[in-house]
Design a protein around this ligand. Sequence first.
Ligand code: ZN
Length: 426
Amino acid sequence: MKNLIRFLIGIIIIFLIVITSFLIFSSIKNDVKMPKLETENLDFGKIEYNNENTALYMVSTQKLSSSYNFIDLRINEYVDSLIASVKNKDLSEYKDKIKDSEILKQKIDTYKVNDNILSVKVTSMLKKSDEEKYTTSVKNFNFRTDLKRELELNELFKESIKEKIGEGNNFLLTQNKLKLFSSSKATSYTYNSLKEYNSSKLLTAENYEMTQEEYNELMSRVIDKDRKMVAITFDDGPHKTNTNMIIDILKKYNARATFFMLGSNVKLYPDVVKDVYLSNSEIGIHTWDHKDLTKLSSENILSQVQTTSDAIYEITGKRPTLLRPPYGSFNNTVKSTVDMPLILWNIDSLDWQSRDPEKIVPLVLNSVKDGDIILLHDIHATTIPAAERIIDSLTKEDYQIITVSELLEAKGYDTSTTRVFYSGRQ
Ligand code: ZN
């Protein structure tokens, strides 16, 4: 008898547990609809869906998940702000008529314009449940992946053209179109593929064209192998003020140079290193403290190179691939110890000796030829005006002023097999 009572009590307890948990589960289910997560591959990245459905609002949104953290942050922050604007609406408005809930639908489109530019279009549609039509708005984001920042419209156009376009900075670059969005409409301008761009007119629409300089600035450069080219190198920096002045000159002429830096100066002026890196000039290694490498053990040679490489990597996130040995001094130990090409020069400006542009400029210009590597030093103030005159003359003589790596690649050298370069002459 006792056993039977225990058995019945047991049954009742189990029954109560089942009923209770069923009630708890079903109430949760009624309160919150779990977001439905899916993924979909876009032009770049993936999207995740997020649906929330309550009495007060319905949102159906997308979030971007790509390999670019800074892009995801920017986009998802914007999407979050859209969602928040719906959720945080003043509730008094809904007091009497709960059916007027807000509905937000939002969609992401991505565009891979070229290797350096990715664009994202975020379309959002908003209405109250009793309204017929959605109010649509479009917000565009265009990113430079090489510079890890957003691309501004004024980077695409000359000042005068910018005025014609007007204030709107809401634009979208796709593979072959520039779309300008205003509050009432979107205007499209078609251009040839940015990658294959080959004439001075980028945008076929009347009055919209990009200058060659602006285009080159924007795009990863295409070196024309049929034109003359030269690599200008600056040693011993970075310098507190001189280096940035040289960067400005290079930008003005759409030129790039190679800066062989000392690790000790990299440590002193990290901001300058960053500026050089962002200007698209190249950074090479010139040892930590200007040691003659032929007088060092293998171990010390490696340490001179590695510490400098580490210091540059810490600032730019990119390891240099070229070494310029101080004094141009190297031997077989140096060659076999260091796993990167040694970059010497074939045109010595002797700027450190004369400190005189009147001597530096003709010394370079009288002997320069296609494929040359020119040696200058950005630690000397007198080198700045000299460099400007050299760059000006070379540009007028139709030289492409490019980095050492660009030069060696354009001239067809394999830097993994050839270890020492005095020039890119063939
Ligand atoms: Zn040096």
